[in-house]
Every structure is written in structure tokens, then in C-alpha cells.
Design a protein around this ligand. Structure first.
Ligand SMILES: O=C[C@H](O)COP(=O)(O)O
Length: 540
């Protein structure tokens, strides 16, 4: 399929299926201190990666709405609301029992489910994710919330146990940390905003959250659910340019936790704004250049199908995507032929098209960047190995397998975060290990092979360089109960259902000398006052 054929995939307004048509949504309010505040100031237009042919024949990104561009004043108001609701741990929310907090979250999920159709449609329109994956993003988020609730209930039940050591009896709790600033990414705008925000809320913290630039409108239908499910000030939204709204919040020193799914460059910038950086807890998932290695004896059918998913799900726009493949010289040609042919078969189209795998890219500058990476590799002697690879029309970019990629090329080290798959040829696995040692990232890796001894020999060095090694399988975050983290520039802190609950809280203790009288007091606190003033954090 050449560029002209790609152009023909963009629909006219009439060709958009009725179920997925969208009237522009012009958001003029935001959630602050339990109110939907009206906004009369500047707004930012939201353009879809889906383009529509205009009368002059050019393709134009479709306008799907606009959202408020609030400024420092509103940001500080939101911060004050969160600080007030936390009230040094004496606010209603941090003192509320775990059971009562879970009750609020249950109410929220019920209201969230009512918005499913609209939110899924907005995920497709705002970031170009296909219907199956947009639906999965919504459903996975709901499951994540229910799993978090269940885990919290178990942790809470276990909390009534005491520890007795060295004559001291203690009850170990989990207490909130304070005010959390949460920022999600464009590629999972709902799911990865909520995988930090939800556990943070459940642990008794109060929140400010900033929606991503691409994938902002889809949060609008859910603001009312937050407003009506939680006490005022517990959840506050931030809209506008990051450069305007984040510095006053961070510079105040009142943010206790920064949680960001994004780039390490932004993470560094934000952290530096905090006046007491060493008092700030950061929970972040950042850049990655996950590498896969194909060993000489690998089952190539498995390697090809897993690498296909791993490199190109959502056009390669996943932090966990495989972003470079190392193929052993003895099987490189065979692997490339098979892999390249499968890549070329992937179906491009609009997010709602049946069976579509390659969809429009939300970042307007991405196609140019990808083309530049290809030019750079070609200048160094590499070529595109698959038919049609690199063909482009507006926001649609056909995936390109580029080989042989070598040290010095952009694709060797840069996180392309898009549909290009660099392939490196190697002779000795030590070259691969050396690559990982010298790389700034450390999220995941995949090994494809059959020889257990050879795989085992690789596992030990690899688990100390990345945070998850996958055997004969793609890199991925799920299941959500598995630890999700990284080394070096790839992460700070750990996310997963249980890890996140721990990350957004502090382990604290109520302790006394182990006498019968003191034990009776502690017992009494746990058993009889649990749902009252000391109810908050009886969790190991
Ligand atoms: O983009 C980063 C996400 O954490 C990737 O999640 P995923 O592996 O489930 O697609």
C-alpha cells in the first residue's frame, strides 16, 4: 500500500460510521474543590489524528473539541483545595476508614461505567487507538480499580495483627503521604492516569491531576463522577500548559508525591522545581528502549508473532514496546524475511475499522521524526526490509523494519516510540549484554530461544539490568498484579495493584511495651474504635 492508497483510507464526514461520529465537545469547566468551576478564558483546540479531506484536497486533522487553558492562579487554587482537604492528615478523607473510602470508590466506578461508550469513542478520536484496544483500555482500568479495592480489603484485614519483638508490641499501619500531583501519558490517557490516581486516592491522599495534551477531553465526562463520589477537595483537575500550571504547584513545596508516566526529561524538570527535592516521593514510569534477542535456536514463528505484538501494538507507542531487536547472524536473514512479511500485512486504517492494526499517530511531528530516523539509518548503510515500510500520508505511517542498525545511528539508542523496528545483527550474546549495560534505560527485555541453559545464562545478567525479562514472549506491563518498574532512566518506584498501594503510603507503627494493660489498650483501639477516630490506616 503506497502513500496514495494510505490517503484513501481517511474518511469523509459521511463515511464515518454513525456509531462513532462525534460532535465537537467544548469543555468550559473543570473540577476544583468539589465544584465544577466555569471557565471563560483561553481554550486549547483538540485535533484528532484522524484526518478528513478538505475541499482543496488536503488532509486536515478533525477538530473534536476544546478544553480550558487555566493558568497559575487556578493551579494554586487547586493546590490549596488539595492541601485543605488533606489538612495535615486531619481532613475528612485521610481520617476516613478504609471501608468508607472503598465505598466512595465503588460509587465512582459505577458512575464511570455509565460513561464507557463516550470515553471509548474519545480514546479513539483523541489518540487514534483502535476500537478493540480503546475498549480494552477502559475495561482494564475498571478491573484495575476493582482489583485495587480487593487488595486493599485484604491488607486492611491483615492489619489487626500485632507484632511483638524485643518486649515491644506494635501495630503496623499504612498512612497516607499527603498531596499527590498525578500526570498521565497520551498513549494510555485513561488507564495510566488512573493506575496512579486511584491507589493514591484509596490510600487517603488528596490529588491534583493534569490531563495529557493528547487524551485530555476523555477525562471530562468523568469529572462529575469524581465530584459526586468523593468529599470536596480530594480530587482536583489541572488544565492548561504544563509550563504555566506546574511550576507554581511544584515550587510551593506542598506536593508530597509526584507521580508521572512520561519522559525522564519532563520528570527531571518537574523534580528540580520542588524546593525540597529529597522530601518529595516520586513514582514514575519513564523512557524505555526494550530490547529483544533472538538466539540461534529460537522458534522463529514464536519470535515473529511475539515481536509483531511487542513492537507494533498501538503503533509501537507503548513504553513497554520492544524498540530494538537483536537477531543472531545465523538466523537474521530468515527472521527478517518472515518478520518483514508479517509487518507488511498489518492493516492500516481508521480506529473503528474492523481488524485495523495501524492507525493515525496523535503527535503531529511524529511522522517527520520517524522519516528522519530512517534517513539517518539509510545514510549509515541500513535499509527498509519490508514492502511499503515508511510510506506515509499525513498521520498514517506504515511500519518500517530497518536493518542493519548499528551504534551511532539514532535508532540504536533513541526511543522512537512509533512504528519503526530497528534490527541489529550480533555474533555473541555478550554484545547484547554490553548494549544493555551501556544503555540509559532499563525497563524490560525479551529472550527468544529453546536452550534452557543458554536462556538461564542470560537471565542473571539481564534481571540486574532491566526490571522484567520475558522468555519467548513480548515485553508488556500486564498482568497488573506483576511489579511494573524499571532501572536507570526508566522508572522510579514501583506500580502494580499492590505495589501502588504501598508506594502511595508510608508504613508506620503504633507501639507500646508488651504488658497486659497496654495490649488491652491496643486491642481496644483496633477492635472497638476501628471505624471511629483511629480508623484510618490499619494496614501492613
Ligand atoms: O506505555 C506504557 C504502558 O505501561 C504499556 O502498557 P502495556 O504493556 O500494557 O501496553
Amino acid at each position: 500500500m503506497n502513500s496514495q492508497q494510505l490517503t484513501s483510507l481517511f474518511p469523509t464526514e459521511d463515511q464515518i460510521p454513525v456509531d462513532y461520529r462525534i460532535e465537537p465537545i467544548h469543555q468550559r469547566e473543570y473540577l476544583l474543590n468539589g465544584e465544577m468551576r466555569q471557565w471563560h478564558g483561553a481554550v486549547s483546540d483538540v485535533y484528532s489524528p484522524v484526518c478528513i479531506p478538505s475541499p482543496d484536497g488536503t488532509l486536515q486533522r478533525k477538530l473534536v473539541g476544546s478544553f480550558p487553558v487555566t493558568g497559575p492562579t487556578e493551579a494554586v487554587e487547586a493546590l490549596d483545595a488539595a492541601v485543605g482537604a488533606y489538612n495535615n492528615g486531619r481532613g475528612e478523607w485521610p481520617q476516613m476508614s478504609v471501608a468508607a473510602r472503598i465505598g466512595c470508590m465503588d460509587t465512582f466506578v459505577g458512575k464511570m461505567l455509565e460513561q464507557k461508550k463516550l470515553v471509548v469513542n474519545l480514546i479513539m478520536w483523541e489518540i487514534g487507538k483502535n476500537l478493540a484496544d480503546a475498549t480494552k483500555e477502559f475495561d482494564r482500568t475498571v478491573s484495575y480499580i476493582y482489583d485495587t479495592i480487593d487488595t486493599l480489603k485484604t491488607m486492611d484485614r491483615n492489619s489487626s495483627r500485632f507484632r511483638i519483638e524485643e518486649g515491644i508490641i506494635g501495630q503496623i499501619r499504612r498512612s497516607p503521604l499527603g498531596v499527590v500531583l498525578a500526570m498521565g501519558p497520551f498513549n494510555y490517557p485513561l488507564n495510566e492516569t488512573y493506575t496512579t490516581l486511584i491507589p493514591a486516592i484509596l490510600m487517603g491522599n488528596t490529588i491534583l491531576f493534569k490531563t495529557p495534551k493528547h487524551g485530555s477531553l476523555l477525562h471530562y465526562p468523568l469529572l462529575e463522577a469524581f465530584r459526586t463520589s468523593f468529599p470536596k477537595g480530594v480530587v482536583n483537575s489541572l488544565y492548561g500548559r504544563g509550563a504555566d500550571v506546574i511550576p507554581p504547584v511544584m515550587q510551593s513545596g506542598k506536593v508530597n508525591v509526584l507521580t508521572l508516566i512520561g519522559s525522564s526529561r519532563v520528570a527531571d524538570q518537574l523534580q528540580r522545581q520542588h524546593p525540597k527535592l529529597n522530601r518529595l516521593r516520586s513514582i514514575m514510569s519513564l523512557d524505555a528502549k526494550n530490547a529483544a534477542i533472538i538466539l540461534p535456536d529460537a522458534d522463529l514463528n514464536v519470535a515473529v508473532s511475539e515481536c509483531l505484538l511487542g513492537t507494533l501494538s498501538f503503533n509501537g507507542q507503548r513504553c513497554t514496546a520492544i524498540k530494538i531487536i537483536w537477531a543472531h547472524r545465523s538466523i537474521a536473514d530468515k527472521f527478517l524475511a518472515q518478520f518483514g512479511s508479517e509487518v507488511s500485512k498489518l492493516k492500516p486504517g481508521m480506529p473503528w475499522d474492523a481488524g485495523v492494526q495501524i492507525t493515525p499517530l496523535p503527535e503531529p511531528s511524529k511522522p517527520d521524526y520517524l522519516a528522519d530516523c530512517i534517513r539517518d539509518a539509510e545514510a549509515g548503510g541500513a535499509s527498509i526490509m519490508n514492502a511499503g515500510g515508511g510510506d506515509v500520508s499525513a498521520s498514517l505511517f506504515k511500519p518500517a523494519v530497518v536493518y542493519p542498525v548499528k551504534e551511532g545511528m539514532k535508532l540504536y539508542r533513541e526511543e522512537q516510540f512509533g512504528p519503526i523496528i530497528p534490527v541489529v545483527v550480533y555474533d555473541d550474546v555478550e554484545e547484547f549484554i554490553e548494549y544493555l549495560i551501556t544503555d540509559d534505560h532499563g525497563m524490560q527485555a525479551s529472550i527468544f530461544g529453546k536452550d534452557t541453559a543458554e536462556i538461564a545464562r542470560l537471565i542473571d545478567p539481564l534481571v540486574n539490568l532491566v526490571s522484567r525479562v520475558n522468555i519467548n514472549a513480548q515485553c508488556q506491563r500486564g498482568p497488573d498484579t506483576f511489579p511494573f518498574t524499571g532501572r536507570k532512566d526508566s522508572a522510579e518506584g514501583t506500580l502494580s495493584v499492590e505495589d501502588a498501594l504501598r508506594s502511595f503510603s508510608i508504613r508506620s507503627a503504633v507501639a507500646t511495651k508488651d504488658t497486659a494493660a497496654n495490649k488491652a489498650i491496643l486491642n481496644d483501639i483496633v477492635e472497638h474504635h476501628k471505624s471511629e477516630f483511629l480508623s484510618t490506616n490499619f494496614i501492613f
